[in-house]
Write a protein that binds this ligand. Structure first.
Ligand SMILES: Cc1cc2nc3c(=O)[nH]c(=O)nc-3n(C[C@H](O)[C@H](O)[C@H](O)COP(=O)(O)OP(=O)(O)OC[C@H]3O[C@@H](n4cnc5c(N)ncnc54)[C@H](O)[C@@H]3O)c2cc1C
Length: 426
């Protein structure tokens, strides 16, 4: 490992504005948005110019999961389209599948429309299979999306080896709707675009309390208050105690990433040569891609704390060495981590918390695409759209039963999944 190893690659290379004002004094607005990640900024951007909107972020724009992600914009969810249609029925099911399949158009459309500089690359996502069993799963997944008209291609072992640049996989599928971005640049760019259209964006403004008085929401921050008709909460894995019980609807798990220096052509030429991003079929998946400067990024499950230490990178190091043996002597230059919000049913949840208070929570590691989309849905609900007109189920909040034990269960599951993955990919 290099001795000058540093923090987040995205912090070191992001473009865009960082000097947002802190809320000072009292403000009245139509909609207050809590959280300055993809969800909150997506909501503010969709509302700006159509209603008065103020966004309050506790730290900096992009400080939560959004500014730390792998930047992979991946359509779909853990469940395949046929299964989702079965789960949500004949009316909502197909609309739901279409919505979660549309995140590439949503995100890359926003980037183009608002001219956001964020190293956007839309060359597709590869899901290579670690075993003959998971190859059948992805063959089925690919077939289901292709049947719905998606540009989905199944690849045999040789073709996947050429596209990934590694011979360890059994084959896989490609979703051409997908792509990748510099996530912190995108997050900042969305905030800037929202402000340009009239939204008020405040950083270093944690919402300390939220109360309804005379039919309006009162939000208190250290520097001032906001009074709003509607409040939208986009705090995902960074949800605190602000809304009682909300943090107990998710299990925050830590994901970590590391990046090399830009790879010299002799080492990097064969690695993801067509610009794909990728995450494989492990239960604790390996996700990887190149960035605009040609660095290799590798991500995976981290420890049960956010304070990441060089020793925590041992699994990522082993992943790089196995996938790309030519990089065995190439050190990581950057490493960082953050929290991912997992739900018990592996689905994101859109809740009506109280009249005029909405949230989306629990992206299960798919918020780069889903965050801007569901942020827009929150905005449409705030503007008066009926829940039935949103292609997403609106449900009541339900904390996980036996929540205090989820951490223990999660630890045991991670160990077990790591064992199963090792055995299956051996
Ligand atoms: C290491 C890592 C890699 C990932 N890679 C991918 C990937 O490649 N693709 C993908 O789709 N997803 C990925 N994810 C998941 C993705 O990051 C999230 O799903 C997504 O960013 C969630 O966006 P959000 O806006 O809902 O929440 P966040 O971006 O987490 O934003 C929530 C914000 O709310 C703020 N906040 C909390 N409480 C308050 C309060 N009381 N007042 C004001 N503000 C508050 C926080 O400070 C935070 O900035 C990854 C996550 C991690 C950690």
């Amino acid at each position: 490992m290099g001795s000058d190893i540093q923090g987040s690659l995205w912090e070191a290379t992001a473009q865009g504005r960082t000097d947002w004002p802190t809320l000072r004094g009292d403000l009245t607005t139509d909609v207050a948005v809590i959280g300055g990640g993809f969800t909150g900024c997506g909501a503010a951007l969709a509302l700006a110019g159509r209603a008065r909107v103020a966004l309050l972020e506790a730290e900096n724009i992009g400080a939560g999961g959004s500014g730390r992600t792998g930047g992979q914009v991946i359509p779909g969810l853990k469940y395949d389209p046929d299964e989702l249609e079965r789960m949500f029925g004949a009316e909502l099911g197909p609309r739901f599948v279409e919505a979660v399949g549309s995140v590439g158009d949503e995100v890359f459309g926003l980037i183009e429309k608002h001219g956001i500089a964020c190293d956007a690359v839309r060359k597709g996502w590869l899901q290579p299979a670690i075993s003959a069993r998971t190859l059948e799963l992805v063959r089925n997944r690919c077939e289901q999306w292709a049947r719905r008209g998606a540009p989905a291609l199944f690849h045999d072992r040789d073709r996947i080896a050429a596209l990934v640049g590694s011979t360890i996989y059994h084959g896989g599928w490609e979703d051409k709707r997908a792509g990748h971005v510099q996530p912190l640049s995108l997050n900042r760019g969305m905030a800037t675009a929202a402000e340009r259209l009239g939204a008020q964006i405040c950083s270093q403004s944690p919402v300390l309390s939220l109360q309804q008085e005379n039919g309006r929401w009162q939000l208190r921050t250290p520097g001032g208050t906001v009074t709003a008709d509607t409040v939208l909460i986009g705090t995902n894995a960074y949800t605190d105690k602000l809304w009682p019980g909300l943090s107990r609807t998710i299990v925050p798990m830590v994901s970590i990433q590391a990046a090399t220096d830009p790879l010299p052509p002799a080492l990097g030429a064969g690695i993801l040569p067509q610009g794909h991003c990728s995450s494989d079929t492990r239960r604790l998946l390996w996700y990887f891609r190149r960035d605009a400067a040609g660095r290799l990024l590798m991500g995976g499950r981290g420890p049960f704390r956010e304070n990441i230490l060089p020793d925590d990178l041992v699994n990522l190091r082993a992943a790089v060495d196995r996938l790309f043996p030519q990089l065995r002597k190439t050190p990581f230059r950057y490493y960082w981590g953050g929290k991912v919000a997992m739900t018990k049913d592996h689905l994101p949840h859109l809740h009506l918390l109280a009249p005029g208070a909405w949230t989306v929570i629990g992206y299960n590691g798919r918020g780069v695409g889903l965050g801007p989309l569901l942020g827009r849905y929150l905005a449409e609900l705030a503007l008066g759209k009926k829940p039935a007109d949103i292609p997403f189920p609106v449900t009541a909040m339900k904390p996980i039963f036996g929540y205090p034990f989820t951490r223990t269960v999660a630890r045991a599951l991670v160990k077990y999944y790591r064992y199963l993955d090792r055995r299956e990919a051996a």
